[in-house]
Design a protein around this ligand. Structure first.
Ligand code: NAP
Length: 269
């Protein structure tokens, strides 16, 4: 008997954890039939084990993998090959970014950002898609967590913003490639979200958003709920909340030279 599963990367904290808890506790709000297993992918084994024991009635399977490494992707690929599940939902939420000028950053910081945000997300889709097909819940779903940072170049956070532009563009193209196979792909573009992200991005210097962005911070559970609903409706892109829709519009109509002039003044040492 095949297993119908969901796979959620970055599920040890923040947005991925909120997705995991919602999918594990789903009683028909999003999907008609629940998943037999939810593979929770991240590096922190303790956090995944704690989640597995507290939600999902034993259906959460911790998958400890470093997505910045080839072996992390191979581990998941081997597990898929061995178990041959039907993957009904893939959420790519693992992500990172380190703030500061590119020339001040280590080779590893840049490389990991591109590997996790771009390469691992693409590889996860490549290895999961052969196991994805429509079922009782309609089309299989892929949700990629991009960011409103992907709308514009961002001096002081250049590699991260560029990596999220990749996620938006990649998701849009894949939504056309995979639709005929019964797989819907959606990119989610939030502004600031209340997670550990800012602490990690500033290497512990700031725990929360404390500039003008603090007025726009949203709750990860609210974002995840909104994303699941939009994905079930077959949306290609979710820009949330309204403040980020305005930013999206501005990114299309305001000359880029003006935006860069404004942003350059905000680069922190
Ligand atoms: N928070 C925001 O303001 C914001 C805004 C827009 C978009 N986003 C995006 O939302 C996504 C989730 O971020 P978050 O806000 O939830 O931050 P977070 O709490 O720091 O979560 C990041 C997740 O990614 C996982 N991860 C990081 N490096 C990894 C690696 N090498 N291998 C495997 N997993 C790894 C982490 O797990 P381990 O450390 O256990 O490996 C963690 O579960 C990211 O793609 C981020 O870019 C965040």
């Amino acid at each position: 008997m095949y297993q119908k599963i969901a796979i959620i990367t970055g599920s040890s904290s923040g947005i991925g954890k909120a997705f995991l808890e919602l999918v594990a506790g789903d009683n028909g709000e999003f999907f008609k039939t629940p998943f037999d297993e939810i593979w929770a992918v991240a590096r922190r084994e303790d956090a995944l084990k704690e989640l597995a024991s507290s939600v999902g009635n034993g259906r959460i399977v911790p998958v400890v993998a470093d997505l910045a490494s080839d072996s992390g992707i191979s581990l998941i690929e081997d597990k898929l090959r061995t178990e041959e599940p039907v993957v009904g939902l893939l959420i790519n939420s693992a992500g990172m970014g380190i703030k500061g000028r590119v020339t001040d950053k280590s080779s590893k910081a840049l490389d990991d950002t591109i590997r996790i945000n771009c390469s691992a997300l693409s590889q996860m889709i490549r290895i999961c898609a052969p196991y994805m097909k429509p079922g009782e819940n309609g089309h299989a779903k892929i949700i990629n967590i991009a960011s409103s940072a992907g709308f514009l170049p961002q001096p002081g956070f250049a590699c991260y913003a560029a990596s999220k532009s990749y996620v938006i563009s990649f998701s849009r193209a894949l939504s056309c490639e995979l639709k005929p196979k019964g797989i819907d792909v959606m990119a989610v573009c939030p502004g600031p979200v209340a997670t550990d992200f800012q602490r990690r991005a500033t290497e512990g210097k700031e725990t929360d958003f404390n500039d003008w962005r603090k007025n726009f911070v949203i709750d990860p559970v609210k974002l995840s709920r909104k994303s699941l609903k939009a994905s079930v409706r077959g949306r290609r892109m979710l820009v949330y909340p309204f403040s980020q829709k305005l930013l999206h519009l501005a990114s299309k109509i305001v000359p880029i030279s003006w935006i860069l002039a404004f942003e350059s003044g905000a680069v922190k040492e």
